[in-house]
Design a protein around this ligand. Structure first.
Ligand SMILES: Cc1ncc(C[n+]2csc(CCOP(=O)(O)OP(=O)(O)O)c2C)c(N)n1
Length: 284
């Protein structure tokens, strides 16, 4: 019995290590994807949520790039759709489409539009107009319940996005319906388009606000895959909807962007691009 436990622990450590290696590659993919894109993309917002999306796809969700339309797959909704490059980089790493398509980002007729679109293999919901993802997730969670499917629905929302009233309506609805197959993750990077989130409209105390709506709520370091995974595991034990507030850094991995809003919508200069790439390469 102990030998089996030790083997499982060992396997877990190996899987976490492999995930961390993948995350480094995915950070570079996002940077490379953005290099040629006019008039710039949301690099900072993408870099802040990579660890979360990668942990979901590589360690938690039941899904298959060979059967993207498998009806019992878990679903992921990137409600902060402007971070689409992060999702595309993860999906490509998982095998949903070739990385060669990165160069077509935001081009006419490309499968990789500036915001998630159902034409992209692996994308479960279109998004971009902030505030809608959690409501879509409620629909999917209800559908799963009606079908008797065990699939789970994960929705990633920005902290600035929480300005949208629809987020709070959805929080109330999901708790009322006791949707224990629905998980909300908030990318708490502290910035939104105009300024720091707490300057634009105070969100704190976010955890107790969400809890007061009837959600089991956890706070984690959103750049630590093990902590993210622990919280995701705990969410499965909840008898109602569960939320994770993931504390993150906008622009994570690139020092001149980290913790600032510089990367909100960015077109790199040549020097900036090379500096960022060198830093990510050094880290990998
Ligand atoms: C309904 C709506 N209003 C405005 C925008 C424009 N917009 C794009 S990104 C953004 C800021 C979002 O901030 P946050 O959710 O904190 O995401 P972050 O970029 O910080 O990760 C805004 C206002 C939008 N996409 N949708």
């Amino acid at each position: 019995m102990r030998a089996l436990q030790e083997e499982m622990d060992q396997r877990y450590l190996v899987e976490i290590q492999m995930l961390k290696e993948k995350i480094k590659k995915i950070r570079k993919s996002v940077l490379e994807m953005t290099a040629s894109t006019l008039p710039g993309i949301h690099v900072g917002a993408s870099l802040s949520c990579i660890d979360i999306i990668a942990t979901l796809y590589f360690m938690k969700m039941r899904h298959s790039p060979y059967r993207p339309d498998w009806s019992d797959r878990d679903r992921f909704i990137l409600s902060k759709g402007h971070a689409a490059p992060a999702l595309y980089a993860v999906l490509a790493e998982a095998g949903y489409f070739p990385k060669e398509e990165f160069g077509t980002l935001k081009s006419l007729n490309s499968r990789l539009q500036g915001h998630p679109d159902l034409r992209t293999p692996g994308v479960d919901a279109p998004s971009g107009s902030l505030g809608q993802g959690l409501s879509i997730g409620i629909g999917m969670a209800l559908a799963a319940r009606h079908r008797g499917s065990k699939n789970r629905i994960y929705v990633l929302v920005g902290d600035g996005e929480c300005d949208e009233g629809q987020v709070w309506e959805a929080l109330m609805t999901a708790a009322h319906l006791r949707l224990n197959n629905l998980v909300l993750i908030i990318d708490r990077n502290g910035w939104q388009l105009d300024d720091r989130t707490e300057e634009v409209k105070r969100k704190a105390p976010l955890k107790s606000k969400i809890e007061s709506f009837g959600w089991q709520t956890y706070v984690v370091n959103g750049h630590d895959p093990e902590k993210i995974l622990d919280a995701l595991d705990l969410c499965e034990l909840s008898d109602g909807p569960a939320a994770i507030i993931a504390n993150t850094m906008k622009g994570k991995g690139v020092t001149f962007m980290e913790g600032t809003n510089k990367g909100h919508k960015m077109r790199f200069s040549n020097e900036e691009y090379l500096e960022a790439l060198a830093e990510l390469e050094e880290a990998s």
